[in-house]
Design a protein around this ligand. Structure first.
Ligand code: ADP
Length: 459
């Protein structure tokens, strides 16, 4: 089965089985030899061989001549009662002094050599006057066999190990199920919520708790759901806004055509001219929308070049002055002495500037003033262009929205004047696409100051 709890439980059981299996094999190997050596060592003590050696050393003060005892051992205590077999064949004996140097051995390969390290752990210490004076090591006799009691002790040991293995596997299964259930539950909840979102229920959220990774996933899921919901709301608002904006000129055109057909209005050129104006508004709106959609999708083609901002501002201001003069508004151009070079698309910079200037002119009464200023911001390596007017200004509560699409302080009047409500939204996209920022400061009724920055180039 492909379920998490089954996989975890199988993993746990395998670990438990492999561990107990390995322990059993190791114990089996070690226990057999170690247990046998323990039995033999015990036997040597029981038979009194160890005591005989201690007495020999006490009497002689050295191991000299000890071969006589060891080559033909005559166990000092009644031997036959425990292990008849062993009395016929005593194990191979090896005696080493306190420095592990072999003094006597039944095995020829060990004569006059140090006792091999791996055999030292099994050797019995021979003590005289509270100090070690030598070591006795016994090899297994060829015909060595455990007694029934000893064999049943070993069998019992293996049985216990098997029981431990089975118990560990059972526990592993239980733990696997509990842990996997705990892990899988939040994942199930996430999957359920994801399916709901796929069905369009974007307000789905999951609770954020549990293991850190799971909580992280839940967090990311909630963020994603919130962002989807936000985008969906924006999309709906945008469709509604566009429908609303298109309906107004269309209603005007429709009403006027009806009136002309019904002879309510005379079929005169002036009437048709106003209808023509409405189609121009529609056309502008559609062009602006297309431009904004492209800019928002990052698909506007920008021809970035090193441009000198001073001549660009001069020519745009000149072009704009006649319209301002006609409205009785004074245009002041304030430029620094040095050239300011930026990496930008000249046409797009002009487009932003024209937008800010026509807005300023639209909101500045006769005898007012529009100031175009260019400054270098050396610290931030940016150039700043600002357009200040002495117009109505924008109340503080409206400032956060002026760059939103279709936002107008006074909806009906702005539309009457031909504004689509998209100019500043497009300007923001254009400036940001060129690596700059755009903003506005306003202290009504003292007017507004719109500004944008562009990245300067060195030199
Ligand atoms: P519009 O086509 O309506 O001018 P914009 O996006 O250019 O659209 O401007 C959005 C709104 O911001 C305007 O309708 C107006 O209310 C306000 N606004 C823009 N520029 C100025 C300004 N210089 N002074 C006062 N209000 C302004």
């Amino acid at each position: 089965m492909n379920r998490l709890w089954v996989r975890l439980a199988i993993g746990f059981i395998l670990v438990a089985l492999i561990t107990t299996g390995l322990v059993t094999i190791l114990v089996n190997r070690q226990a057999n030899t170690q247990f046998n050596i323990f039995i033999i060592n015990n036997e040597l003590v029981q038979l009194g061989i160890l005591d005989d050696l201690v007495s020999y050393f006490d009497a002689n003060g050295s191991w000299q001549g000890v071969e006589q005892i060891l080559s033909n051992p005559q166990p000092s205590r009644g031997p036959q009662q425990r292990r008849g077999m062993m009395m016929n064949t005593l194990p191979d004996l090896t005696l080493a002094d306190e420095n592990w140097h072999v003094i006597y051995s039944d095995r020829h390969d060990l004569a006059n050599r140090p006792l091999p390290i791996e055999e030292r752990g099994n050797a019995l210490s021979i003590m005289s006057e509270n100090r070690v004076v030598g070591y006795l090591s016994a090899g297994l006799p060829a015909a060595f066999q455990l007694t029934t009691v000893e064999q049943s002790f070993l069998d019992q040991l293996y049985r216990s190990l098997l029981q431990v293995g089975l118990l560990a596997s059972g526990l592993a299964l239980l733990l696997g199920i509990i842990i996997a259930r705990g892990l899988a539950a939040p994942l199930h909840r996430l999957a359920r919520a994801a399916r709901q979102i796929a069905q369009g229920k974007l307000d789905q959220r999951v609770s954020v708790h549990g293991a850190e990774e799971v909580a992280d996933l839940a967090h990311a899921f909630n963020d994603m759901a919130a962002s989807l919901q936000r985008n969906e709301t924006l999309r709906r608002n945008m469709v509604a806004d566009i429908a609303h904006e298109l309906r107004t000129p269309l209603t005007v055109i429709h009403g006027s055509l009806r009136a002309l057909l019904d002879d309510v209005y005379p079929m005169e050129k002036s009437e048709i001219a106003s209808l023509y104006d409405e189609t121009l508004t529609l056309n502008r709106l559609i062009n602006d929308l297309r431009e904004l959609a492209l800019a928002e999708a990052g698909q506007l083609t920008l021809h970035l070049d090193t441009i000198d901002l001073r001549p660009l501002l001069e020519s745009t201001a000149d072009f704009f002055k006649s319209a301002a003069d006609a409205q009785g508004v004074n245009v002041i151009l304030s430029l620094p002495e040095d050239d300011i070079l930026v990496k930008s698309d000249a046409d797009r910079v002009r487009q932003v500037l024209r937008n800010l200037l026509s807005n300023a002119l639209r909101h500045t009464p006769a005898n007012g003033e529009i100031r175009i200023q260019l400054e270098a911001q050396p610290g931030q390596k940016m150039a700043q262009i600002s357009v200040s007017d002495t117009g109505s200004g924008i109340p503080a509560e409206h400032l956060p929205y002026v760059f939103d699409r279709f936002w107008r302080a006074d909806k009906s009047r702005a539309r009457e004047r031909g504004g689509t409500g998209l100019g500043l939204a497009i300007a923001r996209q254009l400036v940001e696409a060129q690596g700059g920022q755009i903003g506005v400061d306003s202290t009504p009724p003292a007017g507004s100051r719109f500004w944008f920055t562009l990245p300067q180039t060195a030199g």
